[in-house]
Structures are given as structure tokens and as C-alpha cells.
Write a protein that binds this ligand. Structure first.
Ligand code: ZN
Length: 409
């Protein structure tokens, strides 16, 4: 077995683990060094560092302090990596930590995080998913069971100072256009809850005051939440600092395209990745790479029959938008939820299925003015009953006796 370079103890606070951090900043010290060509194991906390419990209450989702996320394992230094290189990362394998064979999905309160459909689902709710090997099902959402596709929601390299300043400038500029918006337009630095890895004292406080939050995807990758970055995939990351400083976390057991529920996919309570690293010297300029590129895995759960829902850029009130792919995808998702409700699911359960199961999202048309067209691909094989439209009409397959716990503000 390869060496475990970063270990986590789920019974210990993530803040006590120096090989973990929750901000992006070039001053965060490299936690451990490897040679190009090395392969090794990395263990990870869940993205909240253990704030969400395997129980039947959504109060932890409602009350979570989102300035604490995401707890990442790293940064791992690769000897010889220099700015302008591409770091080649193979995800050789991925799995669950012993004793943590479960995950959570939910929606944040609109007043504390929100989500893609927060105007329709403004209250905190939670679903717990348990694993059976590579499969998962939820005691809060009957009638579905599917194969997982474990992937890191978040993986990327440390920014250099110029890139960090660019991030802060543009995101603080966006917040300034509507500083009181709920949920906020972006997340500014939050030094109080920053964990800067091995950096301590005054240097840590100074870096924490400007450390970029881990919530958005950026040029370095970061929180891209791409379900296809699964075991067997190969990613090429831009390198900005000597050693690259690769960090990862936010492991998902499964996720639908868009991670629309925001909290989130099926968030793994604890997991590990088997990683191999290598370098393409000067690769950024050679290949014109600004954002990461990747190769998918040769292995995916095979759900090749779908019910596909269309959505156009006209919102719930009938307002016309100009080629707005976000509005169009929201309509496709809402159409899928309305459909699933006819089989007995609550709206919340249907929403959670779209966030958790291997659903696909596609941008089908973005030029046919004024409507962009997005599609939501719902795999029919995840349901334990026939979900296709028939002449007999939808059968109530779900009796409503269980639902996702809810916690009001
Ligand atoms: Zn996540």
C-alpha cells in the first residue's frame, strides 16, 4: 500500500490538524513534500469538518457556520514544480474512511447559505445517505438506490500573491454592488474562522485577513464540484508557486451536475484519495492553459436511459431573460421536481435527488435568441419503480410516510 501522507482523525477538531487548511493563500506552508512520479494516500474531513451529524434533525444544517469551510488536506509540495508548469494529478482510487460509511445532502436556510432553488426551498433540510459498498440509499428518500462516483468536490493548487489579489479585488468589487443581499453575492475573507495549516501567530493572522475563501471555483480549479473528476481521471492543474501546493477535500460519494442543493452533493463524512503526481514543465504556455483541463475516468456507473427535462430562459413568473443559461437550467430542474412529485415525492425529496444522484445537466442551445435551452437528464435506472410517462398516468409509488427533516429559522 502507498504511504498515507495526510491522516485525519474524525474525532479530533480539524483546527487541530496542521496538515489541513480552509483558506487559499501563498503563505500557507507546504504540509509535506513528494517527488514527481510519487503516489500516496490523502485522507480528508467532510467539507464542514464534522459539523453535520448522522441523525434525523436539520438543526445542524440550519446552524452551521459557513465561514469555517472547506477543510482541505494539504498543501502537498511537488519537488521541482515551478510557476508556469502543469501539475499532472491522477486520481488512482478513492474510498471511505472506516466508521464513516455515510454522507449527507441538504439545503441551507436562505438566510445562511441558500442554494440554487433557495426561493422555493428556503428552510434547512437534510437527508442522510448510507453506503452499501459502491451503492447508496437514504432513509429519508425512499425508492432510489444508485452506484456512487466518488470525487473530490474541491482540488487545486495554491495561488501566488498576484492571483490572490486579483481574486479579492474582483470578488469584493462584486459584493460592493449589493452588500446587503441575502444570500450574499460572494464570500469575503473571514479571518476569525481561518485555519492556515502550519502557519502560526502574527504571520497566520496577517494571511488570514486576506486569505481567499474556498467556496468558488477559480483559475486554479478549487471548488469546481465536477462529478466526473472521479477515480481514474487525470487532471492538469496550473502551477503558480514553487512546489505547486496541491490541496484537496470536500469528497462526494455522488453528485448531480450543478450540485444544485449546495449542501451539497452526498457529502462524505470522511474519505481518502490515492493520488499520483507528475509535472509538465512549462505546460501552461505550451498548451495555452488558464484553467485546469482533465481526462475522465474509464469507469462510470452505467445509467444510460434518461428522462430529459427541458428548460428555457423564462422564469417562474413568466419574465423573459436574454439567453440566460442559469435561468434555463433552473426551469429544467423545477420541471423535473414537479414531475417527480406526481409519484409521491415531496418537493424537497425530488430536489435532493437532483443534487445527489448522477443526473446530468447540459447546455443544449445558447444562441437562439432570446431563449437559451438547458436540459436536466434524470437517470431512470436509479428508481426502484418505472418513472416513465405512460398512458395509465403516474402511480403513487412513494406514500409520504417519511420526508427529509426540516429546521425553521
Ligand atoms: Zn461538497
Amino acid at each position: 500500500m502507498p504511504e498515507t501522507l495526510i491522516k485525519v482523525d474524525l474525532s479530533q477538531s480539524a483546527y487541530e490538524n496542521e496538515m489541513v487548511h480552509n483558506r487559499w493563500h501563498p503563505d500557507i506552508p507546504i504540509a509535506t513534500w513528494v517527488e514527481p512520479g510519487a503516489d500516496f494516500l490523502v485522507e480528508t474531513y467532510d467539507w464542514t469538518g464534522g459539523a453535520i451529524k448522522n441523525d434525523d434533525s436539520a438543526e445542524d444544517i440550519r446552524d452551521v457556520d459557513l465561514t469555517t469551510v472547506h477543510f482541505l488536506s494539504g498543501p502537498i509540495g511537488v519537488k521541482g514544480a515551478e510557476p508556469g508548469d502543469l501539475l499532472v494529478v491522477d486520481i488512482l482510487d478513492a474510498g471511505t474512511l472506516k466508521g464513516a460509511e455515510w454522507g449527507f445532502n441538504g439545503f441551507f436556510s436562505k438566510n445562511n447559505g441558500g442554494g440554487f432553488l433557495t426561493d422555493h426551498f428556503p428552510h434547512a433540510q437534510k437527508a442522510i445517505w448510507e453506503y452499501e459498498g459502491m451503492f447508496t440509499k437514504s432513509r429519508h428518500i425512499p425508492g432510489v438506490r444508485f452506484g456512487g462516483l466518488i470525487h473530490p468536490g474541491l482540488i487545486g493548487c495554491l495561488p501566488d500573491r498576484a492571483m490572490l489579489e486579483k481574486w479579492n479585488e474582483r470578488e469584493l468589487g462584486l459584493i460592493a454592488t449589493n452588500p446587503t443581499r441575502v444570500p450574499p453575492l460572494a464570500n469575503p475573507p473571514a479571518p476569525k474562522t481561518a485555519h492556515m495549516g502550519k502557519l502560526k501567530g502574527e504571520a497566520a493572522a496577517k494571511a488570514a485577513a486576506e486569505g481567499a475563501r474556498t467556496v468558488p471555483p477559480r483559475e486554479h480549479g478549487g471548488n469546481c464540484d465536477i462529478k466526473d473528476l472521479s477515480r481514474g481521471s487525470r487532471i492538469f492543474f496550473p502551477v503558480y508557486v514553487d512546489g505547486a501546493g496541491l490541496s484537496m477535500g470536500d469528497l462526494h460519494f455522488s453528485q448531480g451536475d450543478g450540485e444544485i442543493t449546495f449542501c451539497g452533493a452526498i457529502e462524505m463524512a470522511g474519505g481518502w484519495l490515492h493520488i499520483k503526481v507528475d509535472l509538465l514543465k512549462g505546460g501552461m504556455a505550451k498548451y495555452g492553459v488558464k484553467n485546469p483541463i482533465f481526462k475522465p475516468s474509464p469507469i462510470v456507473p452505467r445509467y444510460d436511459d434518461y428522462l430529459i427535462f427541458e428548460g428555457i430562459s423564462v422564469d417562474e413568473e413568466g419574465k423573459q431573460y436574454y439567453l440566460d443559461a442559469n435561468v434555463a437550467y433552473r426551469q429544467a430542474c423545477l420541471n423535473a421536481i414537479e414531475y417527480m412529485k406526481k409519484f409521491g415525492y415531496s418537493g424537497a425529496q425530488a430536489y435532493a435527488i437532483l443534487g445527489s444522484a448522477p443526473v446530468q445537466g447540459h447546455f443544449s442551445g445558447v444562441v437562439d435568441i432570446p431563449n437559451s435551452c438547458a436540459t436536466l437528464w434524470l437517470p431512470t435506472g436509479i428508481f426502484e419503480f418505472d418513472i416513465n410517462p405512460t398512458a395509465a398516468g403516474p402511480q403513487k409509488m412513494i406514500d409520504g410516510s417519511v420526508d427529509m427533516p426540516i429546521a425553521y429559522d
